[in-house]
Design a protein around this ligand. Sequence first.
Ligand SMILES: Cc1cc2nc3c(=O)[nH]c(=O)nc-3n(C[C@H](O)[C@H](O)[C@H](O)COP(=O)(O)O)c2cc1C
Length: 262
Amino acid sequence: MQLRQVIGNRRSIRFLRPYKPVEPEKIQRMLEAARIASHWGNVQSLRAVVVFRDSADKETLEALMAPIAGFQIRRAPVVIVWYVETAAVDDQSDRLRELLKAGALGFGEGKEEELETKLIPVFEGILESMKQPGMNEIDCGQGIAQATLMAYEMGLGCCCLGTPFTEKIRENLGLPETSRVLLLQTVGYPAEDPQAGGQRPRLPFEQLFHMNKFGKAFPRVQEVVDELERDGMFQAPGPLPYREEELDFLQRALDIKGHGLL
Ligand SMILES: Cc1cc2nc3c(=O)[nH]c(=O)nc-3n(C[C@H](O)[C@H](O)[C@H](O)COP(=O)(O)O)c2cc1C
């Protein structure tokens, strides 16, 4: 599958086959994709605990709480608890030294002294502030996005679930005090059609993106839109004609009929 097709097929899949386990190797591929994502200063603060419904203990399963459409957590074969480890920021100097050695800073040998006397002191001065919510979360998001695209390439479906209970989950799972739970991501084989009712509504392109200055819409060329449609990145908008029947069918099959949104 081409990348643009994978992007087009990445749609939140809320209905997963509860009876079909996910191979740990497929989850490994997701984690491998997350691990090589970009991160400021190569700090690599993204971490995860992967919970398999089949083998996790009761306390761990009960620790996973997400209030919006929470049925997903109770049915998913796998839940990835993504979290940010802010203590990773403490090792930033070593990460910079590794980057220099690897020739990834745009300079190679001979810059060691400059790194030690100029760049590292700058970063050491801002270490504590860099642990606050911000850049790390952006980079964690990039890692989660790469893992998600990998999942769809392998025929899996996922849904990210935000939760106000991050601190409770952190404590229940025994994660370090220096970490923050970001979100829970359900993973499994889709029970719904991969189109999941059709492409979701999005705000107009021109409203979101600007060229050269704010207020000047980035020009949207129709030929490009047509090409991306042909390549499967843009698909038919929801709701597809059968969506209501599909939802009714899925809710009965998963025994969540009448549960509502919470
Ligand atoms: C960070 C994040 C948190 C989300 N939290 C929830 C949630 O708590 N419950 C839920 O049902 N969907 C949740 N979603 C899924 C969004 O509702 C979904 O992405 C949105 O409706 C757009 O649909 P799409 O992902 O299919 O494009 C979350 C998505 C993201 C990225």
